[in-house]
Ligand binder design. Sequence first.
Ligand SMILES: Cc1cc2nc3c(=O)[nH]c(=O)nc-3n(C[C@H](O)[C@H](O)[C@H](O)COP(=O)(O)OP(=O)(O)OC[C@H]3O[C@@H](n4cnc5c(N)ncnc54)[C@H](O)[C@@H]3O)c2cc1C
Length: 403
Amino acid sequence: MSVRHGVVAGGGIGGLAAAVALSRRGWRVTVCERAPVLTGIGAGIVLAPNALRALDSIGLGPERWAGHALPGPVGLRTPDGAWLSRTGTGAASARYGPPARAVHRGFLIDTLAAALPPGVVRLGVSVTGVDDAGGSAVVRTSAGDLRADVVVAADGMRSVLRGQLFPRHPGLRHAGEAGWRAVLSGAGLPVRSAAETWGRGERFGIVPLVDGRIYLYATAVTGPGTKPADHHAELTRRFGAWHDPIPALLDRLGQHDPDPVGILHHDFHELASPLPRFHSGRVALLGDAAHAMTPNMGQGGCQAIEDAVVMAHVLAGDADVPAALAAYTRARLRRTTRISRRSRRVGEVARLAHPLAVAGRNLAVRATPWGVTSRALDTVLGWQPPSGPVPTPPSPVDIQEQP
Ligand SMILES: Cc1cc2nc3c(=O)[nH]c(=O)nc-3n(C[C@H](O)[C@H](O)[C@H](O)COP(=O)(O)OP(=O)(O)OC[C@H]3O[C@@H](n4cnc5c(N)ncnc54)[C@H](O)[C@@H]3O)c2cc1C
């Protein structure tokens, strides 16, 4: 049997994870990334136990993330610094196996890219469409056509391929909030734990990264397209009087990062409704292209990695591609739809603004023991990768020598 060729549109977390997973199953892979460099610009990401298990199943085991543990306690606070809910990382990790890891996105992207055979990623190449001719597919790109046995649409929440395959789908909707993200040096700052602080219609998150850097994020209820003229001034106005170390972090952000480009600011979007399926013929959608969700549960990237592992699993051996991708939809659509809905509901609660509603919410969170909160996440964090041995990947030389 000749080696089959997969073309992946998009070199983000999902696309690179798919490329690694397919390579390990013996596929020849080409990743087309429209950006001139692979980048996980300026922000951190939390890899939950489900994603770590998925990564482990494609050869990116726990030792790669070992230095990136979240220092405990981890939890929720109010703007005056009181804890609403918290746990040590030990308790969380005991329940789900590998404890969550906080990494810089650049590190995650580099780790995935380094696990690929050389020459797989083509930078500066945009995918513009796909023709599925039955026996194989033709991927239209800015650098010419590519023939593929399977096409992976991992081109993010504004996916061109989703638009082509599901022209009647309503696409994205604004989630009612916008968020800021930044990574800065935490040297000398009293940051000892990861926490998210819930105010009235606003949230602030602090996530210590390896090497003393701090990933911080903040959210606020805003309408679509609302862009403050000065992000640092806006963050200080909203959060400058919140508990320590938030004021010190904002000061540091101002000193180190006067350039507003260093502070990322985005409206939050999600798919207006679930797609009817995650495949069409030989094309599979994955990650934000398939199920763009709000970031409230920190699961968008984790689900993209799960998608990649499941997709490569169903495509193992000489599986019939369209039939395998139908199995992929069966395995992924319901789970990701549930998590997207749950993420939306978490956001609705987290961004409550009316004082009475906020007081009731805080009371309820305080009264809920961590064990109960934790058990409620079992179906999300307790996910296991599909079983069955992963074949040894062919060496890079073998892959390149294929016709
Ligand atoms: C504020 C915030 C915080 C978050 N925190 C977390 C978290 O802690 N944990 C977590 O798991 N998730 C988190 N997420 C979600 C996570 O960032 C996304 O779900 C994840 O990045 C999706 O990966 P992806 O590969 O599907 O898409 P993307 O990361 O968007 O990658 C798509 C890639 O495709 C490329 N591309 C686009 N169009 C084309 C084209 N036509 N041709 C070629 N290339 C193309 C793009 O340049 C990009 O590189 C967060 C999101 C936000 C907004």
